[in-house]
Design a protein around this ligand. Structure first.
Ligand SMILES: CC(C)(COP(=O)(O)OP(=O)(O)OC[C@H]1O[C@@H](n2cnc3c(N)ncnc32)[C@H](O)[C@@H]1OP(=O)(O)O)[C@@H](O)C(=O)NCCC(=O)NCCS
Length: 153
């Protein structure tokens, strides 16, 4: 298995993997998400070009078996820490036939290493139950936040 940095050419794959996460972890069907796939594809394409999104693709014999991304966004610098960027781990997905072989762990390691190299102030994520133990291994801890959504409707 190899892990490589995603390029603009992977935008469709990343969108498909994001849809697969939603199908598996929420009430959506793949058919319902079809109209959203070009939206996600274009988002990844644009944000990778702007460097506000970075993703990694895991491959086995040249076939993509998983991916995951890092969304980088503006934040207010904390006292004693000059960076004005924070990060969010997004859309970590591994195809069912490649699971429990450490693929997600390897992807997340790349994401965390990149976040450190980018000097991000913090890295957050919304874990699924299956992924919670893995994130804890990396040092992620529960954080107390509130959320109001969807504000756009
Ligand atoms: C969650 C997911 C990414 C894990 O991928 P994976 O490649 O199988 O994960 P790994 O093999 O790297 O497992 C790392 C650790 O995560 C935990 N883990 C992974 N899958 C698990 C499961 N189904 N149940 C319980 N723990 C699990 C274990 O602690 C595991 O370590 P271990 O195998 O040494 O016990 C994959 O099942 C998936 O794509 N699920 C659907 C989408 C999703 O939930 N994404 C996570 C978004 S936060």
């Amino acid at each position: 298995m190899t892990i490589r940095r995603a390029t603009a050419a992977d935008s469709e794959l990343l969108a498909e993997h994001r849809a697969a996460v939603w199908v598996e972890t929420d009430h959506w069907t793949h058919a319902e998400l079809q109209p959203q796939i070009p939206v996600w594809r274009d988002f990844f394409h644009r944000c990778m070009a702007e460097d506000s999104y970075a993703a990694f693709v895991a491959e086995q014999s040249g076939i993509a078996i998983g991916s995951g991304g890092l969304l980088v966004y503006l934040t207010i610098p904390r006292p004693g820490f000059g960076s004005d960027r924070a990060g969010r781990v997004q859309s970590v997905y591994v195809v069912p036939q490649a699971r429990r072989r450490g693929v997600a762990r390897a992807i997340v390691r790349h994401i965390v290493d990149l976040a450190r190299r980018k000097n991000l102030t913090s890295l957050v994520l919304h874990p699924t139950e299956a992924a919670r133990a893995m994130y804890a291994e990396f040092g992620f801890e529960p954080a107390d936040e509130m959320m109001l959504r969807p504000l756009g409707d």
